[in-house]
Design a protein around this ligand. Structure first.
Ligand SMILES: [Zn+2]
Length: 192
C-alpha cells in the first residue's frame, strides 16, 4: 500500500491546547490537507456535521466536555464520522490505556512530543489507508468487458494517463460498508 497523501484529504484535528493544535494544523496544511479544527470532542462533532468527506481524525484523549474516550464511543453512531479512522495524539499513557484506545476503535497512537512532523503525517496517512485494497482485474474475464463498456473505460482496462493497468480499490472499514472505486495505482488517477 503506497502512502498517497496528495489527494484532497480532510483531517479533523481535536486538541484542547492552542499551541499544540496550531502546530498540528500547520503540519497538515503544509502537507496539502484540508483542516478542520476543534478544541474538544463536542466541538469536533459540531465541526464534522454535514462533512461527509472527512478522511481521518487526529484527537487528544484528555479534553473538556467530550474527551477522547467518549469521542471514540460516540463516533460509532455519528453519520459523518462512523467510518472515519481515528489516530490518538496524546500524552504518553500506560500500555493498558494505549491498548484500551486501540480496542475502543482508534487506529493508531502517537505520543505527544515523541514524533517528528513527518512521522505524524506518515502515521495518519497509514491509518487512512487501513482497510483499503487495490485489486487487479482481468479485463477479459466474466463481466469485465461489459463493465468497461458501460462505464466507458479503456477496453484493456488501462489508465489513459500513464498506461498502467487499472485496479479496483475496495475499502472495507473493519470488514463492513464495502465501497469500490476504479483507480490507477501508478499515477493515482481516479475513474469511478
Ligand atoms: Zn495512471
Amino acid at each position: 500500500m503506497a502512502i498517497d497523501i496528495d489527494n484532497n484529504n480532510k483531517i479533523l484535528i481535536i486538541q484542547p491546547d492552542d499551541q499544540t493544535r496550531s502546530m498540528l494544523v500547520e503540519i497538515f496544511k503544509e502537507n496539502d490537507f484540508d483542516v478542520l479544527e476543534a478544541r474538544d470532542g463536542a466541538e469536533g462533532f459540531a465541526k464534522a456535521n454535514n462533512q461527509p468527506d472527512i478522511s481521518v481524525v487526529l484527537t487528544d484523549l484528555t479534553m473538556p466536555r467530550i474527551d477522547g474516550w467518549e469521542f471514540l464511543k460516540t463516533k460509532k453512531d455519528n453519520e459523518f464520522l462512523k467510518d472515519v479512522p481515528v489516530v490518538i495524539y496524546a500524552n504518553l499513557i500506560s500500555r493498558e490505556d494505549k491498548q484500551a484506545a486501540l480496542d475502543a476503535g482508534a487506529q493508531d497512537f502517537i505520543a505527544k512530543g515523541a514524533a517528528s512532523p513527518a512521522e505524524i503525517v506518515q502515521k495518519v496517512a497509514r491509518a487512512m489507508q487501513q482497510g483499503e485494497y487495490d485489486l487487479q482485474v482481468d479485463p477479459y474475464a466474466l463481466d469485465a468487458q461489459q463493465f468497461i463498456e458501460d462505464f466507458h473505460l479503456n477496453s484493456n482496462f488501462q489508465c489513459t494517463n500513464c498506461g498502467s493497468p487499472l485496479a479496483v480499490r475496495i475499502k472495507a472499514y473493519k470488514g463492513k460498508d464495502l465501497t469500490a472505486k476504479i483507480v490507477c495505482p501508478n499515477c493515482g488517477k481516479e475513474y469511478l
